[in-house]
Design a protein around this ligand. Structure first.
Ligand code: BES
Ligand code: MN
Ligand code: ZN
Length: 514
């Protein structure tokens, strides 16, 4: 669960070793004995730090850390040094992981306050580094523990205050300037807001499908609108309203479930006239059994994550409204469950989409593109955005192509693609372009309808993208297949197993830093 309220990130005036906290921490890039902070800490502790580093073979590598007791030599009771690996390999995910590791070590040591020296990576990157540290702190304490009944999981976190020291050794008596303090505070607030949104998305993804139904997602969206009364509004369309709009593809996917399909539309409007309109569309299949093209049990086991795109766009809009943006932002999600029942859609059915295109179903497990196709048409008709993006756990083929940690990005709008990719580079979310090769469209030909919903074995991520392109038409559009990175089966310090909240950070970056 999110830790909102119990742990806060603050700015501390240096120097680090004078901080009156339970624990002080700093990082080491490789050989610690060549590091100035390490040397002065070692000196203050009478050489204990270098002794321990030697005996524990600490070489500043990623994953390494040493903890020493100070025995009253400095105000803090413990000093922690965390390995960061070589500077050349150091990126945004490493900063989040380091901050997460420090937070976890402090909690384990029952420290309630700590001081952490923000690694200096160049003056022009300071605000960004601070933001990413603040993100890592909250991402690192995330745990989905609602259903764990042991006492361990109920105990409150020891750590209450994560203090950032931004200057290793300020000149005697020198205090940070007011502007510097303000910039640091803004970076912290930004980082915390983004992390809370990511953790919220993680909660929505990790909750079982029995809890996070389309109606539950709609309620979550309404709560966000209520929280940002004045800038955010929520529109929820029920199945009847969607039928009136002609969303034949979306409704067909949901018709096999007793859970009613819900179409979610959140709008953020800035106080001033918006510079442009952007729509973020998320796949919201709250459980994907595959339908009559049923998935084998092992493949179905994790299919509560199939609403990760919806969770991401809803959570990102929350953070965007908190931070504020000069553009109008829409979050849209067509939410339903893909189940088997006497009411379910079948292979061979021909569906009519909201834009009139007819689609023959040759695989009921290629359901995401059906829900998204109508969502895209809705966005074009009702919002008429300058740009639209969709985020979808769409194809296993994308994971075959790029592995489990990288999203596949498809677009034929070069300029929009470029600015999206550069936002993703700033956030450290791993994305890679796949070609929207129009020749593969031949796989989507149907003898009895305008097209069919599924291609053959090769290029499965791309044929899904081409299917969506049919509905995106000439609106500048980027498709992001997050089937891999939306949830992970191996953890890293800032990212436990399960839902990751992937794409939230890049959406916020894109919308709030133009
Ligand atoms: N939700 C799945 C894709 C998926 C797979 C997401 C693994 C996360 C992890 C999607 O609806 C699906 O079933 N896709 C099919 C498409 C196929 C039938 C063309 C797939 O990838 O097998
Ligand atoms: Mn499916
Ligand atoms: Zn699916």
């Amino acid at each position: 669960m999110a830790d909102k309220g119990t742990l806060s990130v603050t700015h501390l005036a240096g120097p680090l070793l004078a901080a009156s906290v339970d624990l002080v921490a700093f990082v080491s890039f490789g050989d610690p004995t060549r590091d100035a902070t390490f040397k002065s800490a070692d000196q203050a502790l009478g050489g204990v730090l270098s002794d321990v580093a030697k005996s524990e073979s600490f070489e500043g590598k990623v994953g390494q850390s040493i903890t020493v007791h100070t025995h009253g030599r400095i105000p803090a009771r413990r000093v922690v040094v965390v390995g960061a690996g070589p500077r050349s390999e150091f990126g945004t995910p490493s900063i989040r992981d380091l901050a997460a590791t420090v937070t976890q070590l402090a909690n384990k040591a029952s420290a309630s306050a700590l001081a952490f020296l923000v690694p200096a990576l160049g003056a022009n990157r300071e605000a960004q580094v601070i933001q990413h540290v603040a993100e890592g702190v909250h991402l690192g304490v995330y745990k989905f523990g609602r259903y764990l009944t042991g006492d361990d999981h109920k105990r409150p976190m020891a750590l209450k205050s994560f203090g950032l020291v931004t200057d290793a050794a300020p000149k005697a008596g020198k205090k940070p300037t007011v502007t510097h303090t303000k910039l640091v505070a803004a970076a912290i607030l930004r980082g915390e807001t983004i992390a809370f949104a990511i953790n919220h998305a993680r909660d929505l993804i990790n909750e079982p499908a029995a809890v996070i139904t389309p109606s539950a997602l709609a309620a979550d969206a309404m709560a966000i609108a209520k929280k940002h009364k004045g800038t955010v509004t929520a529109t929820i369309l029920d199945a009847k309203k969607c039928a009136e709009l002609g969303m034949g593809m979306f409704l067909a996917v949901g018709q096999g479930s007793v859970q009613e399909a819900k179409f979610i539309h959140l709008t953020y409007k800035p106080a001033k006239k918006p510079k442009k309109k952007v729509a973020f569309i998320g796949k919201g299949v709250t459980f994907d059994s595959g339908g009559y093209s049923i998935k084998p049990s092992a493949a179905m086991e994790d299919m509560k994550v199939d609403m990760s795109g919806a969770a991401a766009v809803i959570s990102a809009l929350d953070a965007i409204a908190t931070i504020g943006a000069d553009i109008e932002v829409h979050a849209v999600a067509a939410c339903c469950e893909n189940l088997v029942s006497g009411h379910a859609y079948k292979l061979g059915d021909v569906l009519t989409s909201m834009d009139g295109t007819t689609v023959e179903i040759n695989n009921t497990d290629a359901e995401g593109r059906l829900t998204l196709g109508d969502a895209i048409t809705y966005v074009r008709a009702k919002i008429q955005p300058d740009e639209m993006f969709d985020f979808a756990t769409l194809t296993g083929a994308c994971m075959v192509a790029l592995g489990p940690y990288t999203a596949g990005v498809m677009s034929d709008h070069e300029a929009l693609l470029k600015s999206w990719m550069s936002a993703s580079e700033r956030t450290g979310e791993d994305m890679w372009r796949l070609p929207l090769n129009g020749r593969l469209r031949e796989q989507l030909k149907s003898p009895i309808a305008d097209m069919r919903n599924t291609g053959d074995r090769f290029g499965g991520a791309i044929t899904a993208g081409l299917f969506l392109k049919t509905f995106a038409k000439d609106t500048p559009w980027v498709h992001v297949d997050i089937a891999g990175p939306a949830s992970v089966s191996s953890a890293r310090p800032s990212q436990p197993k399960g839902g990751t909240g992937f794409a939230v950070a890049t959406m916020v970056e894109y919308a709030t830093r133009r």
